[in-house]
Design a protein around this ligand. Structure first.
Ligand code: HEM
Length: 311
């Protein structure tokens, strides 16, 4: 499959961010906001109780971020740039200057912080959950992953996972990719076409908002053999030789793909190897059936229930 569309940035209206259900009528309460087009204009949406709750929640998050930014700015003014070798993200933003020497405003910095918090937190959390769940469901792979972690750590403590260990966790990497294929934390993305394209004989005009269902692509039997099976070996280099590079896109693809991809994979590797070095994970026998719920992030309706046994 080839992506022929050019990608453009598209502003997401606020109503799409309100994923809770419309609270004020028995009929509406069953419908997600995007099925209620008359509430799409912000000025109308903000008059509803859902809209007011949305504004309240936004204010709360913005105040938390503003508070952190202001405290750090004051610290920078008082003590000067940090002496540590690596500056953190907030320091970099606070110290950035444009061509005229102007710093970023708190509002500009907050927008960046919000993007990274939203893009980097729930996504990685969901990924780690789904990976651990799959390893619990497939103990034959969990054992291999644990043996690999034990070898790589060479008797060191679980807290001592080093940067240099990460490329050696090959089996873990295969299992992580397979879990991200079956359960991509971002199941859908959207793009506005800037050029007409044709897919299977159907012409789609520019300006059309299209949804790319990553989860369906990953489970398409034309793309992956036995797509619902957990088979990490699919990602061995020899098995990927004839695979289209767009068959597996949990981090999207093209110029607007995920900026935090490597960070997320490394973060997940550290976390999972520390957990599996100490514990074996089993599915909880009395857990409710896993019901995938595909909102912005792929979650479950009743959680993923596992048991940890100290090794
Ligand atoms: C397993 C974890 C993650 C997954 C599955 C994931 C997935 C994605 C996907 C699919 C997109 C494209 C969204 C779209 O086009 O609509 C994206 C964009 C983005 N991600 Fe991630 N992400 C993850 C972790 C992170 C982390 C840890 C960070 C930051 C530290 C991050 C930062 C971003 C940013 C800034 C963008 C927007 C890039 C742009 O529009 O140019 N992500 N991510």
């Amino acid at each position: 499959m080839e992506y022929k569309s050019k990608v453009v940035a598209c502003d997401v209206p606020n109503f799409l961010m309100e994923f809770s259900f419309c609270p004020y009528s028995s009929v509406y309460s069953l419908l997600p906001m995007f099925l209620l087009p008359w509430l799409w204009p912000d000025c109308i949406f903000y008059l509803t109780s859902g809209g007011r709750r949305f504004l309240r929640n936004c204010n709360y998050v913005h105040n938390v971020a503003d508070d952190i930014i202001n405290k750090r700015r004051q610290l920078l003014q008082k003590e000067g740039p940090p002496k540590s070798l690596h500056l953190d993200f907030l320091d970099i933003l606070l110290m950035a200057r444009d061509e005229d020497g102007h710093p970023m405003t708190t509002h500009e910095i907050r927008n960046e912080v919000d993007t990274f918090m939203f893009a980097g937190h729930d996504t990685t959390g969901a990924a780690v959950n789904w990976i651990l769940y799959n390893l619990a469901k497939h103990p034959e792979y969990q054992v291999k992953v644990q043996a690999e972690i034990d070898t790589v750590l060479q008797g060191r403590d679980s807290d001592d996972v080093l940067w240099s260990d990460l490329p050696n966790l090959h089996t873990l990497q295969l299992c992580m990719k397979e879990a991200l294929r079956l359960y991509p934390p971002v199941p859908f993305i959207q793009r506005v076409l800037t050029q007409p394209i044709e897919i299977d004989g159907k012409a789609i005009p520019p300006g059309t908002l299209i949804t790319i269902a990553i989860i369906n692509l990953h489970r398409n039997s034309l793309v992956w053999e036995d797509p619902d099976e957990f088979r990490p070996e699919r990602f061995l280099p020899e098995n990927l030789k004839n695979k289209d590079m767009y068959s597996f896109v949990p981090f999207s693809a093209g110029p607007r793909n995920c900026l935090g991809q490597n960070f997320a994979l490394n973060e997940a590797k550290v976390l999972i190897s520390r957990i599996l070095h100490r514990y074996t994970i089993e599915l909880a026998p009395d857990a409710p059936a896993v019901q995938r719920s595909a909102t912005v992030i792929l979650k479950t309706d009743h959680g993923l229930w596992v048991r940890l046994k100290r090794r």
